[in-house]
Design a protein around this ligand. Structure first.
Ligand SMILES: [Zn+2]
Length: 148
């Protein structure tokens, strides 16, 4: 496995160009369903999430990057920083990524969350240094550490 987290520069470039095909599973066009988060869809094939109604970005982030809402593509991956590891998960397991914001239970099963986070935990030697802030490593350790 060779996961390299995108840089902030790559993220900003992605926000400007957007996507046509799904970054993870190559579905083109991306066909999915709405989540409970405004403007967010979830790829029906792999579970990756996208914004299709414009920006979910904060004014502070835009200002920091020298961007305005008009600079942002119509459709972009709102989990762009995680896409390389999501693609590796998808390719290795064939399982859907449990992303998407849901106010109640939503369509993602507890087993799907477990499969994903267990996989992240298993590959923590490669993932953790690059995604220290993204995952709750202490919670994963509590949950999976004894079995590994
Ligand atoms: Zn997909």
């Amino acid at each position: 496995m060779n996961i390299t987290a995108p840089t902030t520069q790559e993220y900003v470039a992605h926000l400007k160009t957007g996507v046509q095909a799904c970054l993870v599973c190559d579905a083109n066009p991306i066909v999915g369903s709405w989540t409970d988060y405004n403007g967010q869809i979830r790829c029906g094939k792999c579970g990756m999430t996208y914004q299709i109604l414009g920006s979910h970005l904060t004014d502070a982030f835009l200002a920091e990057q020298g961007l305005t809402k008009d600079d942002i593509a119509k459709r972009y991956c709102d989990a762009f920083m995680e896409w390389p590891l999501c693609q590796a998960f998808w390719e290795q397991t064939g399982k859907q990524i449990p992303f998407g914001t849901y106010l109640s239970s939503g369509p993602i099963s507890p087993a799907a969350y477990d499969a994903f986070y267990w996989w992240v935990w298993e590959h923590r030697s490669e993932i953790k240094p690059q995604y220290e802030e993204i995952f709750k490593w202490d919670i994963m350790e509590e949950r999976f550490g004894k079995n590994n």
